[in-house]
Design a protein around this ligand. Sequence first.
Ligand SMILES: [Zn+2]
Length: 501
Amino acid sequence: MNKILIILEVETETPIHIGTVSTSIISDVHLNRNIDGKIVIPGTSIAGAFRGRATRFFRSFLKESEKECDALTVDNASKLCRCTVCQLFGDINPDVKVNKEETDKLKYTGYTSKLLFHDVEVIEEKKSFIRDGIGIDRHTKTADKYTSAKFDFEVLPVGTKLVIHLEGNNLTDDEEVLMAALIAELKEKRIFIGGKSSRGLGQVALIDVKVKRMPSCTENEIDQFINLLESDDWFNSGTVLIEHWYENRLDEAREKLQNSKEKYFNISGKLVFKDGFLTKDNKQWLFSGFDAIPLIVEKEGTKLTYIQGSTIRGVMRFQAERILRTMLNYFNKEQSETEKLIDKLFGSTNEGSRLKISDAIEISKVCMYEQDHVAIDRFTGGASSGKKFDEVVVYKPQYQLNISIEDYKDWEIGLIILCIRDINDGLITFGAGGSKGYGFAELEDVSLKTIGNIGESTNTNSGVYRAREVNHKKAKDYYKDEVFKNTVDALNKVTKEGYYE
Ligand SMILES: [Zn+2]
């Protein structure tokens, strides 16, 4: 048997959530634990994350004779799929009966997966924490009381190191190339681990890749082979390191993908607040004695403030609706188009959206101050009794913003870019206290990375793909960029002529 072992060391950059619905009073959904109480990420969750990306992304590798995965096109597939992804990860319909003749012909049945993902045990366990998700009513901007208004979930914190172990059995050369390409996708942060990734969770950084193989029962490897059999420890004893496996296979993958049709867009930068930023942690303020204190995430012993990805998403969605309504109004079009376009970009439910907005974690050393506000009685002009409240405001913080979209349409990027322009222009604010001057921010040190055809020439690699990367000191500078012009033109066209698939 030809077996390779892939060992991926990763570190969480935003919290990870992989949970089971709980009956505990602490949180509604908490992390999986083994019998010793240690947090465990099931191998199936990791496999699911890889598979999800693979299904969409292996299309770029398809040869004429191959087909897309049924999972993408068929609602209720009743046959074995047999696409490359299903051969690697196991069939989407493993229970389908296949007659013997057919099985022999294909040398493949639906029962096996060539990849085996091991459960990941979190070794150096940091404190997990409970996080609030609040359903916001998009029309009133208040917590939606009627639809699952508030729910809690437990998450694994930022800076947690994880080691992912997976076995590849009898992989062909082509399949090894695909695996290297997939690891490159993880490195480019296009694979998210766990749930709620469109709300900002599950982003990891790949730190190291090691690939080993099982030794052969030949004269020069016999010692290692015996060692392996005796120890029964696939990942540590006896195996032989394959030097430069990742680099070499990645080169092969890049070779194959010269004419890929993959589309991906990423905008990242520093969100720089011009004055105070005020947000409220629904748990902490209960115990702190303040009426409002910022959200805090702990990273390597340092406490950092952050903005939830879902909050940024909410702000952008709200502004995107405003922009679309204005444009549709200008072209004398039905306002009902707004919902349709918004749902395309932001997803009609939070899960599974192609748009990912990560938690924006503080990158500057901020100071916070306490600010008393006295609510003034509007009739007497004096302080109204019992209405004094104090808040902890973060002063001029800077956060790392990261927004990406897979398989984009040009108009979608146009809309994202216009939202960011409106943030820069102060038309939308973050957090509370906009009327007191809080929450105004500007995007700086902006990087736009595009895979696909909206830009002219490519100038860099992004994983296996060729990409175009443009950097600007101030977001304002990219208004002159061709990406901006082409995509805003596309948005104009869609609002004027209607959206067709
Ligand atoms: Zn398939």
